[in-house]
Write a protein that binds this ligand. Structure first.
Ligand SMILES: Cc1ncc(COP(=O)(O)O)c(C=O)c1O
Length: 398
C-alpha cells in the first residue's frame, strides 16, 4: 500500500489518544485521574436538548444549505454584532461540523504550496497539521515568558515575509490559557494593517471562558482588519456541545464563498438537528445563565489549580482563560522516578500514567518541549487527588 505524501506527513492527535486511553482504563475500573479533557465536563443545557427534540418532532431531518440554515447564520450574525461589535451579512457566515472543520475550510481556502502561516507557540496541535495538509509551511513564533507568552508587534514584524499568507491567533489560548487584552490585540492589529497581504485566522472558540479579564476580536479593531480576518468560533466549548459538531466562520464574502464551495463538495451541511438547536442556544437568554454558572466554576477551579501547583513546586503559566494549565517540567529532565529515567515531557506523562494512573498531556506536539498540559475540566475532588499524585511524583524524582 502506498499512502499519499499528504497523509504520511500528518501526525495523529495525541490529545485524543491519551484521553481515550484514560477513559478506557477508567471504564475497566482503574482509579485513573485524567487531566486530558479538551471539553467542558458539563452537560449540554436542557433548553438546548429540548430544542433538538422539537427539531426531530418537526421533521427537521433533511439537507440544509451546505453552509448552514439561514436561521442559524442570522443568529450568528446577531451574536457577532451584539457581543463582538462586528457586523456581517448572512452570506458571510459558513456553518461547519465544529470549529476544527471551520479552520480546515479556512486554511484550505487560503493556503497553498509556497505559503507561510505564522503560528505562535505553544499552539493548539492541529494548526501546523492543517497548514501542512494544504502544502503550506508553518512558521513558528516562539512565545517568550518575558512577554507573558504573548506575541508582540515587534516579533510579528520580524516574521512576516512576502510569502506570509496568514497568522493564526488563538485568544484565549489552548494550551497556555493566555488572554490578550484589548490593548494588546489593538497593537497587533495596528502592525497587521501595514501588511496587506496577510490574513488573520482568529480562533475565538474559548472567548466566553475568561476569568476577570476582558478581550476583543481582532476583527473589531478596524474595517481593514475585518476584511482580512476570518473569525473561527462554535458551540462546542461555550455551550458544552462538543459532540454536536457545530462551528462557524465569519469572513469576507469572497472567502466565505470559497469555503462554502469546498464544504459543499466534502461534507455538505452540518447536522440539521444540531443547527436548529444552535439557533435556540444562541438566542435564548438561558444561555447567559448557563455560561455565568460554568464560568464561575471554571474560575474557582483555576484558582484551586494555581494554589495546589505551588505545593507541587513546578513553575506554571498562570491561565486567565480556557481551562488548561501548562506546567514546566524541565527541572525533572535527567532525574529518575522509580528507576525510570526522565528525558522529555513525554517521559513525564508516560511515567505518571503508568505508575500513578494520572493522565497529563505532554506538550511536544504543542511546540512546547518543556511542558505538560493539565485540563481542569474535571471536578474539584479529582483536581485535589490528581495534584497530590503529581506532588508525590515530583518529590519521588531523584
Ligand atoms: C483552540 C481550539 N480551536 C478549535 C477547537 C475545535 O473545536 P470543535 O470541537 O468545535 O471542533 C478546539 C478544540 O479542542 C480548540 O482547543
Amino acid at each position: 500500500m502506498s499512502l499519499s505524501n499528504r497523509a504520511l506527513g500528518v501526525s495523529p492527535s495525541l490529545t485524543l489518544a491519551i484521553t481515550a486511553k484514560a477513559k478506557k482504563m477508567k471504564a475497566d475500573g482503574l482509579d485513573v485521574i485524567s487531566f486530558g479533557a479538551g471539553e467542558p465536563d458539563f452537560d449540554t443545557p436542557a433548553y438546548i436538548i429540548e430544542a433538538a427534540k422539537v427539531a426531530l418532532d418537526k421533521g427537521i431531518t433533511r439537507y440544509t444549505p451546505a453552509s448552514g440554515t439561514v436561521e442559524l447564520r442570522k443568529a450568528i450574525c446577531d451574536k457577532l454584532a451584539r457581543e463582538n461589535g462586528v457586523t456581517y451579512d448572512v452570506n458571510e457566515i459558513v456553518v461547519s461540523n465544529g470549529a476544527k472543520h471551520s479552520l480546515s475550510n479556512a486554511i484550505r481556502a487560503l493556503v497553498q504550496e509556497g505559503d507561510e502561516v505564522i503560528i505562535p507557540a505553544p499552539y493548539w496541535l492541529t494548526y501546523p497539521e492543517l497548514v501542512k495538509l494544504s502544502d503550506g509551511t508553518p512558521v513558528i513564533a516562539e512565545l517568550l515568558p518575558e512577554n507573558g507568552f504573548k506575541l508582540t508587534p515587534e516579533q510579528l514584524r520580524g516574521l512576516i515575509t512576502p510569502k506570509t499568507k496568514a497568522i493564526i491567533i488563538n485568544n484565549p489560548s489552548n494550551p497556555t490559557g493566555v488572554v490578550y487584552s484589548k490593548e494588546e490585540i489593538m497593537a497587533l492589529a495596528k502592525e497587521l494593517e501595514n501588511h496587506k497581504h496577510v490574513y488573520v485566522l482568529s480562533d475565538e472558540i474559548y472567548e466566553k471562558l475568561v476569568y476577570g479579564v476582558e478581550t476583543m476580536s481582532i476583527a473589531a479593531c478596524s474595517e481593514e482588519m475585518k476584511k482580512r480576518t476570518i473569525i473561527i468560533n462554535g458551540m462546542s466549548k461555550a455551550y458544552a456541545m462538543t459532540g454536536w459538531r457545530i462551528g462557524y466562520t465569519a469572513s469576507s464574502l469572497e472567502i466565505a464563498k470559497a469555503m462554502s464551495s469546498i464544504q459543499s463538495h466534502s461534507t455538505s451541511n452540518p447536522n440539521s438537528i444540531a443547527q436548529y438547536a444552535s439557533v435556540v442556544a444562541l438566542s435564548d437568554k438561558k444561555g447567559d445563565e448557563f455560561l455565568a454558572n460554568m464560568n464561575e466554576i471554571f474560575c474557582k477551579r483555576r484558582n484551586l489549580m494555581v494554589e495546589l501547583m505551588e505545593k507541587v513546586g513546578l513553575p506554571i503559566i498562570k491561565p486567565e482563560g480556557a481551562f488548561y494549565v501548562m506546567v514546566n517540567v524541565k527541572s525533572l529532565f535527567g532525574k529518575s522516578y522509580d528507576g525510570q529515567e526522565i528525558k522529555t515531557a513525554m517521559d513525564v506523562a508516560t511515567i505518571m500514567f503508568d505508575k500513578l494512573y494520572t493522565a497529563v498531556i505532554p506538550c511536544e506536539s504543542f511546540g512546547a518541549n518543556d511542558y505538560v498540559r493539565l485540563s481542569y475540566a474535571t471536578g474539584d475532588k479529582q483536581i485535589r487527588e490528581g495534584l497530590a499524585r503529581f506532588e508525590k511524583f515530583v518529590k519521588g524524582c531523584k
